[in-house]
Design a protein around this ligand. Structure first.
Ligand code: GDP
Length: 526
């Protein structure tokens, strides 16, 4: 039986990720959240992106590029909750990483640039959230600028993202005239003070819209503001907790991340409404977070977080029970029990070792090559968590060595990088080529860089006549037939799966017609 302490711990967990289009303000809002979580002293020191301390050579490259390739985990306390924030790479070339990270959270925060409205990346990420009906809370950012009409932005969220939007607060003015936000539910105005972005400022409040203080704050705009808010009340959805938890309605907050305003209100709403750890599906049954036996799955592997150790960390979402230092876990795929003595967690970007982690928490396991994305760990039960996707690549290159004596190192490097999900590798059955596949073109550069940096292999890319790939499945007879008739197109991927490499879409369509008993899959579960 789970004791009440354990249940409390789980109920207080809130595990989420931020989704946004690049530049909407994800990094900035992360900094402010950590400030509220007391995890950092002053904002402006969060990530490699701008921070002064490079954690590894790998991150040096990331810094130079000014993009965030890595995704890490930050845990911080807020009120009586323990919040786990999973960072996701902003650049679309690393979207696979983001998709997989979204399988490890229970809800998301969607940050929208108020001046730009709903942008491409947000639309794509929203589609991924919809697969699991992930609850979404929204923050419309950059109110200190002249943004678009807030009503228009709300409409766009509803029309483009196909989700109901319920404003929790409403902005009073914008840009230079931004005065604050009015909470539609508590009938309170929170007054904006500029120049306070790096600290936690006092929450200056005015009660009600008919108070003299409100008139004083708004000056000649006071009547207009009262009218607009009446209109907004009539024209927008009311917040409905159940609809939010079902992923059908998003509560919307307005503010400015840079000015650290509106963030506190959003965070307060988040810790109150966001779901505690949810159950997770396996092949056989759903695992409840309150089960006492430990279970978890790996959604991400990241190399070289610490240049001194050259290690790889496997990020695991705990789905039930508790991790305790030194415990034994069953690595289900390879059927072995292993002792985990030194799992790590990431407190505001710094690694520290954890004694205990419960459902909803993320722990990092040191990986010496035996852990792959999608692996399940339990206390003995042969479970397999489902829904961790792997996407067919859309870009392909042949990879060749400058020094032919380094074939072994190249294969090892590619094998490891593909296990991490950094790239995908294919070995055609009819020749000795090695084909590398990626979802985004930056992945190729990253792979070349890392091969050189970590595996001391200099490799060059050449064009290859492959346009798309599909994992193939079917009964033995069908597989034997396609292997015989289309052997030039058959390859084995890094995980040992049979793959069809198609030079054109037309070729793929033909192959599908010719081999009706084969399933051609564009995604594969790990
Ligand atoms: P990310 O790419 O989503 O992580 O976006 P960043 O947090 O790096 O923000 C992109 C740019 O927008 C940076 O120059 C920020 O300083 C700026 N920014 C973020 N939030 C605000 C805001 O509330 N107001 C204004 N004016 N700029 C902001």
């Amino acid at each position: 039986m789970a004791d009440s302490n354990f249940l409390n711990e789980i109920n207080n967990r809130r595990t989420f990720a931020i989704i946004s289009h690049p530049d909407a303000g994800k990094t900035t809002i992360t900094e402010k959240l950590l400030l509220f979580g007391n995890a950092i002293q002053t904002a402006g020191s969060v990530k490699g992106k701008r921070g002064p301390h490079a954690k590894s050579d790998w991150m040096t490259m990331e810094q130079e590029r000014g993009i965030s390739v890595t995704s890490s985990v930050m845990q911080f306390p807020y009120k009586d909750r323990t919040v786990n924030l999973l960072d996701t790479p902003g650049h679309e070339d690393f979207s696979e990483d983001t998709y997989r990270t979204l399988t490890a959270v229970d809800s998301v925060l969607m940050v929208i640039d108020g001046a730009k409205g709903v942008e491409d990346r947000t639309i794509k990420l929203m589609e991924v959230c919809r697969l699991r009906d992930t609850p979404i809370l929204s923050f419309i950012n950059k109110m200190d600028r002249d943004i678009r009409d807030p009503i228009e932005v709300m409409d766009e969220i509803e029309d483009v993202l196909k989700i109901s939007a319920a404003p929790i607060n409403w902005p009073l003015g914008m840009g230079k005239e931004f005065k604050g936000v009015y909470n539609l539910y508590t009938d309170t105005v929170h007054v904006f003070q500029s120049g306070m972005g790096h600290t936690i400022n006092d929450d200056l409040q005015i009660k009600g819209l008919d108070s003299p203080e409100f008139d004083q704050l708004m000056g000649s705009y006071a009547d207009d503001a009262r009218e607009e808010i009446e209109l907004v009340r009539g024209a927008t959805n009311e917040f409905d907790l159940e609809a939010y938890l079902a992923g059908q309605l998003t509560p919307v907050f307005f503010g400015t991340a840079l000015g650290n305003f509106g963030v506190r209100e959003m965070l307060d709403g988040f810790v109150e409404w966001a779901p505690a750890p949810l159950g997770r599906a396996t092949h056989d049954r759903e695992v409840a977070p309150t089960e006492t036996d430990f279970s978890g799955f790996v959604f991400k592997i990241q190399a070289n977080m610490d240049p001194k150790h050259r290690d790889r960390i496997a990020f695991m979402r705990v789905c039930s029970g508790a991790y305790k230092q030194g415990m034994k876990m069953r690595h289900v795929r390879i059927g072995k029990d292993i002792k985990i003595a030194d799992a790590v967690t990431f407190l505001a970007g710094d690694r520290s070792s954890v004694d205990e982690a419960v459902s909803g928490d993320i722990i990092g396991l040191h990986n010496h090559g035996t852990i792959q994305i999608g692996d399940t760990f339990t206390q003995g039960e042969p479970l397999k968590f489902t829904g961790i996707p792997h996407f067919a690549p859309e870009l392909f290159r042949r990879i060749r060595l400058k020094d032919p004596l380094k074939t072994k190192a190249l294969q090892k490097g590619l094998q490891q990088l593909s296990e991490e999900g950094s790239t995908q590798v294919f070995f055609p059955v009819n020749n000795n080529d090695i084909v590398v596949g990626a979802v985004g073109v930056l992945q190729f550069e990253v792979v070349a860089y890392r091969l050189k940096d970590e595996y001391k292999v200099e490799a060059i890319y050449e064009p290859v006549n492959v346009q798309t790939a599909r994992w193939i499945e079917g009964d033995n007879k069908a597989i034997e037939e396609i292997k015989r008739k289309a052997s030039d197109n058959i390859a084995i991927d890094g995980g040992g799966h049979l793959t069809y490499l198609a030079p054109t879409r037309v070729n793929l369509n033909l192959a599908e017609e010719r081999h009706p008993d084969i399933q051609f899959r564009s995604t594969r579960e790990h």
